[in-house]
Design a protein around this ligand. Structure first.
Ligand SMILES: C[S@@+](CC[C@H](N)C(=O)[O-])C[C@H]1O[C@@H](n2cnc3c(N)ncnc32)[C@H](O)[C@@H]1O
Length: 172
């Protein structure tokens, strides 16, 4: 019986991880040293609501929540292991203004967000761009780590040639 339970747990872990990789991106975390650059570009205000689509281990969510204690920060993560790690990190840090949801961001309404952060594969961007166009309100900032949105006009931040690009878009 214990073997069967262990097998089911392992399968759930592997399947959710593979599913996330297949529909948008595998887990590759943002470099820790780039998190503050991304946060600076986002120009976060206390009243903002920040969404991290594909929160991974929760590092972006946690850092924003710590730096902006009155800003609401929500991470969406569909890989069960990463979801649990991210939830545990937030709990351990004791932040009260952030949460991680075990949800597929493609199926969410993103209209509440003022800031959206993403680090996803190029193939996911086209689909997400359509979702952004239909759901995000004017003034919402989108920060994309490494990969641009294919059809949107924005700014590129890449301080040196060795740095990874961060693309910033403001919804019109
Ligand atoms: C490249 S990682 C980025 C993690 C984190 N944002 C960071 O920068 O460190 C992409 C994450 O998106 C998650 N993911 C992929 N598709 C998703 C979906 N449709 N809904 C929620 N999470 C998803 C993956 O499991 C993975 O953890």
């Amino acid at each position: 019986m214990a073997d069967a339970i262990a097998l089911v747990i392992i399968l759930i872990v592997l399947i959710t991880h593979a599913y996330a990789t297949f529909i948008a991106a595998p887990w590759t975390p943002i470099k820790k040293s780039d998190i503050n650059r991304l946060i600076g570009l986002a120009e976060i205000k206390d009243s903002d609501i920040v969404y991290d689509l594909g929160a991974g281990d929760g590092r972006i969510v946690l850092e924003i929540a710590k730096q902006f204690p009155t800003t609401r920060v929500v991470g969406f993560e569909i890989s069960i292991t990463l979801f649990l790690v991210a939830v545990a990190r937030l709990r351990l840090a004791g932040v009260r203004n952030a949460r991680i949801l075990f949800k597929n961001f493609y199926k969410q309404n993103l209209a509440e967000a003022n800031v959206v952060t993403i680090f996803l594969m190029p193939f996911a961007m086209k689909k997400l761009e359509r979702q952004f166009k239909s759901q995000l309100k004017p003034g919402t900032r989108i920060l994309s780590y490494c990969f641009p949105l294919p059809e949107s006009q924005g700014e590129t931040d890449k301080p040196t040639k060795n740095d990874r690009a961060i693309y910033k878009y403001v919804v019109r």
